[in-house]
Design a protein around this ligand. Sequence first.
Ligand SMILES: [Mg+2]
Length: 358
Amino acid sequence: MKITKITASTMNVPNGPPVSEYYVSNTYIVARIETDEGLEGLGYTMMVGGFGARSVRAYLEESLIPLMIGEDPRDVGRLWQRMYENDRGIRKKGVPVYAISAIDIGLWDILAKSMDQPVWRLLGAQADKVPVYGSGGFLPYTVDQIVTEAEGFRGLGCRHYKFKLGRENLMENVTRVREVRKALGDDMEILVDANQRWDVATNIRVANQLEDCALYWYEEPVLADNIAQCAEVAQAIATPVATGENEYTRYGFRDLIDAKAAQFLNPDIHRCGGFSEMMKIAHLAAAYDVQIAPHLVPELSIHVLVSIPNAALVEFLAGSPDDLWADPPQIIDGLMAPPDRPGHGMGFSTDAIKRYTE
Ligand SMILES: [Mg+2]
């Protein structure tokens, strides 16, 4: 089997309120991989807010697609390494890894389709479902809005809910968490996300105030580039730290683990290097009993989560338009199962392709 053509396209997908107050839309860079045997793979990567999307597409088209033409798409490992090693002057953080991830996801789609199996079957499934956590609670939300959103997820059977820290008045953050804990009761786990907003001392002050709330995790306390500072917070507070949505490849995650910077890692399959690299990251973490709870992209991450021993949770963020996917995985009794179709099983709906392609 040979790759005959890869077509890149851009889809701008609007977000609903209140996510749209931050990010009007997310941008998908799509890579449709065609083969001489008629099988097609759908690769895609997503940029929150659309930042960097044109750069990712340019890297994909100029640096990666030419490497793939004529190659057997089933040689996923060899082709991943080829993309990774192609240029030595651009370090594999950020833009290039978003693009590598898109191709990797499309290659796995073809490999699994060629065997008439879902991707999770090839990854070595060991569970059939994973618990979902509801995610949202953006900073403009009132406490009532946070509680309403959390109750909505509870209605779907979810037992975990995450909202944002980062209001300017520090004590207001503490009060909000206490109020949410009181309203939700003790049978809902609460996760908080600082989105890199604070310095070490501020995070420690806030987290120490919140010890009696028994938070499930405390996410991205400091700037993602500063792993040593994340580790400082992780050593200083009682709540487990989660981080990794802005980290790339096995090497970045090795550094997080080495530094003991987090008890939960949040690789994003569109950023960290696709299925191939997320599996390596998960296995590396498993050897340290570090849990994996991927950032966003539940429809693809779920294939990895059901295939690893250290899966914690899959993230579900409300706000994407209902018509984006043809047949997305649903939350049933708080759990998500991966699509049971050949390949990764995902496709944009015909309407979405028409409406959102630039
Ligand atoms: Mg986050």
